[in-house]
Design a protein around this ligand. Sequence first.
Ligand code: ADP
Ligand code: MG
Length: 758
Amino acid sequence: PVDRMPEIQEARLRLPVLAEEQVIMEAVRENPCIVLCGETGSGKTTQMPQFLYEAGYASGKGIIGITEPRRVAAVSMSQRVAMEMNLPTQVVSYQIRYEGNVTTDTKIKFMTDGVLLKEIQKDFLLQHYSVIIIDEAHERSVYTDILIGLLSRIVPLRNKKGLPMKLIIMSATLRVEDFTDNKKLFPSPPPVIKVDARQFPVSIHFNKRTPMEDYVGEIFHKTCKIHRMLPPGGILVFLTGQAEVHDVCRRLRKAFPFRRSTTDTGEEEETFKDTRRFKKDKQKQAVALPRIHLDNYSALPVDEGDEDRLAGVDDDECGYEGCELDLGEDEGDPDEKADPSIPLYVLPLYSLLAPEQQAKVFQASPAGTRLCVVATNVAETSLTIPGIKYVVDCGRVKKRYYDRVTGVSSFKVSWTSQASANQRAGRAGRTEPGHCYRLFSSAVFGDFSEFSEAEITRRPVEDLVLQMKDLNIDKVVNFPFPTAPSGEALMAAEQLLVSLGALEEPPRTGRVKDIERAKLSCPVTPLGRAMASFPVAPRFAKMLALGRQQDCLPYVIAVVASMTVREIFEDLERPAASEDESSKLAQNKARLMQMRRLWAGQGPSLLLGDLMVLLGAVGACEYAGCTPQFCETNGLRYKAMVEIRRLRGQLTNAVNAVCSEGGVFVDSKMAPPTESQVICLRQILLAGLGDHLARRIREEEILDPKWKNGYKTPLLDDPVFIHPSSALFKKPPEFVVYQEVMETTKMYMRVVSAVEPE
Ligand code: ADP
Ligand code: MG
């Protein structure tokens, strides 16, 4: 029996899913798998685990598992459910990539989908669980799709073995045909239960014209206008990334500043002190190496927060603490003038934001202020923010795009889908009728695609293919994907894995048809199994597997960790806000470039190029204790460095688990590699990135002046370039290997090292 607080019980009764509890639980009893559809905010995530708990699904040996595509949701939802059920977090717990609070008493476990995938690798039958809930299935994240495919097989197997198990797929949209009308996935379609949310009407206001240039500025003005003219009610703003979120937060705070008045309750003050204390504690914690348990890791949630990391903005400026009231300047724009008479309580929300900052959106805003949450896609379906009456939607989303053939990737801001825009609008009608202001015209909306496509069709799949082969799923083409990746993508993945030695070579002789078929069902090699146990992409896993030569492992681990974490350096090209700042930046830039040259080393290590810079930066930062101060003075992103530190610990554990006699450890005083180690490192690099080779274009080959200093790659027609910030920019070698090609203003290679032709 659950002993809930009366006010919680009252709030629950207002949730639409509660009215359907009996129908839902009966369907669960009678079917191995069900699909539950309900608007965001109808209570799926918080209530479904409670229904199951109260029906006894966690009272036997198995527990209730629930997966989220985002770490944010796994953490905050576990806390919310623990609170609602009046149970400690030892019982309602979470597990994400690096951390968790799961204990032997855990009965309800929230986790990212990557964590569950890793658990399937350890125990295919998931005997620890009596129910798995797949949440946010409509997001169609790659791991969610794979999990549904795997569970469609695991559940019948479990039931056949007399170890009953249930699967619940939850979606915020009604578009679930990919799961239900897919005979390969579920031969008999699972029942779909729809929960009707009490949605209040939302009036949609389209812009007459669609701003193409400064939509961020336009968002700011629209929000100012709403705040000035419209009745009370929270505002939720949708933007595409962390940098935009901070920009708008800063401008709004400046326009409508509020000071905590002395009449505020002392409680308010307390929370402020708490936050400060928390921040301090966190800095202290960061100095001690984190303890990492081997079963604590998951596959990397690929791409999660990438859009934020790429933006390269830190979130330290996001609190009100230390935020100065800037009243002086007049920039000519009336909206930029400070008007403290109508304070606005502005909060950012994005996936990489620290949990205690995220939690603020659920708390009541200070008396006399209006709440305004400036968010990325996170707020679209994962989190429900109370009290929102106005939504301002830029209509765009930032996504990573890959060219399947060339492997070139780029982040692009593009129009979202109609379904997404409608989800965003729906956030306004939860507590009373609301309004949604779209910063685009209805004609433009008409051109949006109807739905967003499944992620699996948009990215390379070599990591997934290797994980699946490690589960002995040899014929990945036959796997019951809700939406299958293209044959082309699967073939490219198998070829890469064969060339890395992770899969056995297909036979070269025999009937053409057999050869073709064999190419798509190569079994995993022992090397491949070792690689699959490392939580990084196969190319990097290969480097780790080779790292034992010449005692190179600590270097390889550091290099792989820093290549996996996006953008460890602050952006030196950042536009300055004023002339004064611009001269400061220029001075700083010269010093930081000098620093990077120092890290690049001398003699043979110069050939390692950007890789040596990474090694030098990581080594120096760790030597200095990885403090925020060190990072700031040396142009490093503190968050990236902390993540590298965690990854180093994690990869070290993973490597030691594979070869027990290894005995590698994370050395905070790592010496630079010796000459022979540098040679060895270059070979290891080539083993992982062998197909990412580029040759400098010779004078006589230059067909276009733009090709000067360009490099030729096997797959691209157009040349690629070394970025001016690269250690090898000034002395471009004849042959280089690169981590990836990223298209920004030009096609640039990222992380470049020299190689000698053989
Ligand atoms: P769904 O999963 O269907 O989108 P949820 O179960 O996440 O819905 O949320 C149900 C309700 O619980 C929401 O309307 C929201 O108001 C409330 N809620 C969820 N999380 C929190 C929280 N951390 N603090 C306060 N209220 C919350
Ligand atoms: Mg939910």
